[in-house]
Design a protein around this ligand. Sequence first.
Ligand SMILES: [Zn+2]
Length: 159
Amino acid sequence: MDELSKSGAKSAPKFAADRMLARLARWLRLLGADVLFDPQVGGDKLLGRARAEGRITLTRDKRLRTAPDALYLDANLFRDQLREVLAHFPFDPRCRAFTRCSHCNEPLAEAARDTVVHRVPPFVYASQERFARCPRCGRVYWGATHPERIRRELDSMGL
Ligand SMILES: [Zn+2]
């Protein structure tokens, strides 16, 4: 695999997030966790699919409160939800950040600088050396903006 995804020491657990947890799912992916998120699938179906794939189900569905392999999240705000997830399933949110596409959960691949020239704003191209691309949706990520925002956010959450 590429350099970006080799850097993580301890790999994050795999999750499945229910449709109420879209924002949390995006954030967990930004932090490098493998998160199944499909708004079409809910309840028992989600639980079944998560189990089959060895994932922990994250849910706001009270009916799944006592289900094994599921974590019921009481909190409404995604910051509190993220804290709760990390309290139960600790992984270092900093070491694997920026290795996965937040939109499609695909691990990012390093992209040669000259291949992204038309895909990023000129000031970004001028100021950045390293880029990564999602092999599925083609979104381009770069080294400054996204991780900085993530780090700021983690700082503010005390994580
Ligand atoms: Zn993508």
